[in-house]
Design a protein around this ligand. Structure first.
Ligand code: IMP
Length: 433
């Protein structure tokens, strides 16, 4: 089964790297686009007929007539939000048929009680809150691990849905009412509401994982769209300030049921600087006017929650870690234009921890909280990179910046985004080649 033409797009930092833009470039040539983790905590903006829409579950491939879209077993799916996405696209002329969109019966449903538990838990945690997106992600994955989740294949059958609710709701309601002091749910109301969603989504449920496996075996162009990013991985990220799913390339194997040997190219996406939303360690964070400048120039406000993102310099230790965990073979560097006009740009090449220099990210949260960045300063460039169409058009200093990253990372940068528009992308290698 060689050569493998599938490509995985993985975020290298704390999310919001601009994966959507890279995915768009690949989706244009893909036969299949696959989500394997996360839920509607993700969000990427697409433009349909001049109007902006944020997709939370659906891969960008949904806009491409020849690209089949798969929501895999590793996902948690909010049926109400998914229907809103489908309805919005349909009203703008995008045809979403059962052969276009396939939902795994093994994926897990985010129910209204997951969302209420998520927000109640965050409120109760006070200053120790994680800063979740409030979409019910943690409680839904918690149910999966506890073997009390509602799987999509059961959700769409009224008898199974009813009996699931009767099994789990006494405990959920007890927690909501007695522990968190918030409103419990009526099983009847919940059933009525969820049945309406299930009725509309039933026909989309199909053998998603078989389809992906067969597509890879037939050497189709399969695009795996990672959600969130390496440092938010539930096992390998900055726990507990992480999401509740695995986000590294290995999650494709689990989330789709794909043999590890089937994974092809892994492209790591990183911003030319770093951002993070929510709480948790962020060694290169800038809490001064430079941070504000990055936020404003990069429009760093969440597409899912609208929250302002924390901003800071590029951290190569984080990128090295992402490369090691996911087997990243090339990099896409996004939002280079946001660094326009900085006289000097810092890149973190090491941390100082308890007076010693370290070259790898720590494992323990207490150490994460103590590390201080060690920077290499690089000259900024005059003017803007926005009009550059080819690598050679970039200012000398911008090329130096990118060459420095390549030399340190020992992998090529194959895509550079120099502005928010789809066409503002420098491609140094054609997609799937
Ligand atoms: P949750 O995934 O909603 O439980 O949130 C857990 C942490 O992951 C919080 O810090 C969120 O801000 C962060 N997070 C979740 N999804 C994304 C994303 O798509 N981009 C950036 N951060 C995210």
């Amino acid at each position: 089964m060689s050569p493998k033409r599938n490509v995985a797009i993985i975020g290298c930092q704390w999310g919001d790297e601009g994966k959507g833009m890279v995915v768009d470039v690949y989706a244009a040539k893909a036969d299949m686009a696959v989500r394997f983790n996360g839920g509607n905590n993700a969000g990427h903006t697409v433009v349909v007929k001049g109007e902006k829409t944020v997709l939370h579950h659906l891969p960008s491939g949904i806009l491409r007539p020849k690209c089949r879209c798969i929501l895999g077993a590793g996902m948690v799916i909010n049926p109400q939000v998914l229907l809103e996405e489908i309805d919005k696209l349909t009203s703008r002329g995008v045809r979403i048929t059962e052969s276009k969109l396939v939902i795994s019966p093994k994926s897990n449903v985010i129910m209204p009680y997951h969302i209420r538990l998520d927000t109640a838990r965050e409120a109760a945690a006070g200053s120790a809150k994680l800063g979740t997106t409030g979409r019910g992600i943690g409680p839904a994955y918690q149910d999966r691990s506890a073997r009390t989740s509602l799987r999509f294949g059961d959700f769409v059958y009224p008898d199974a849905l009813r009996s699931h609710l009767e099994n789990v709701m006494p405990e959920k309601n007890f927690m909501l009412k007695n522990y968190y002091g918030v409103e419990p749910f009526s099983i009847d109301e919940l059933f009525k509401q969820a049945s309406r969603w299930a009725y509309r989504l039933k026909s989309f449920v199909g053998p998603a994982e078989d389809m992906v496996r067969e597509a890879v075996e037939k050497n189709k162009r399969v695009l795996f769209e990672g959600a969130q990013a390496t440092m938010l991985d539930v096992d390998h990220g900055t726990a507990p300030f992480v999401t509740s799913s695995n986000t590294i390339a290995g999650a494709i194997c689990i989330g789709i049921g794909l043999p590890p040997s089937y994974i092809g190219d892994v492209i790591g996406v990183a911003k030319a600087y770093t951002t993070r939303v929510g709480a948790g360690p962020f060694p290169t964070e800038l809490k001064d006017e430079k941070g504000d400048r990055l936020r404003n120039a990069g429009n760093e406000f969440g597409s899912t929650t609208g929250r302002p993102r924390r901003c800071g310099w590029l951290d190569l230790l984080v990128l090295h870690y992402a490369k090691a965990l996911s087997g990243i073979g090339s990099l896409a560097i996004t939002k280079l234009d946001v660094l326009d006009g900085f006289e000097s740009i810092n890149i973190c090449t090491g941390y100082r921890l308890k007076g010693k220099m370290i070259k790898k990210v720590p494992a323990r949260i207490s150490e994460w909280q103590q590390v201080a960045p060690i920077y290499k300063a690089i000259s900024g460039w005059p003017g803007t990179v926005r009009n550059c169409k080819r690598f050679q058009d970039l200012p000398r200093e911008a090329k130096n910046f990118l060459h420095f990253i390549e030399d340190e990372m020992k992998i090529p940068i194959t895509l550079i985004s120099v502005g928010p528009g789809r066409e503002e992308t420098i491609l140094r290698r054609k997609p799937f080649e």
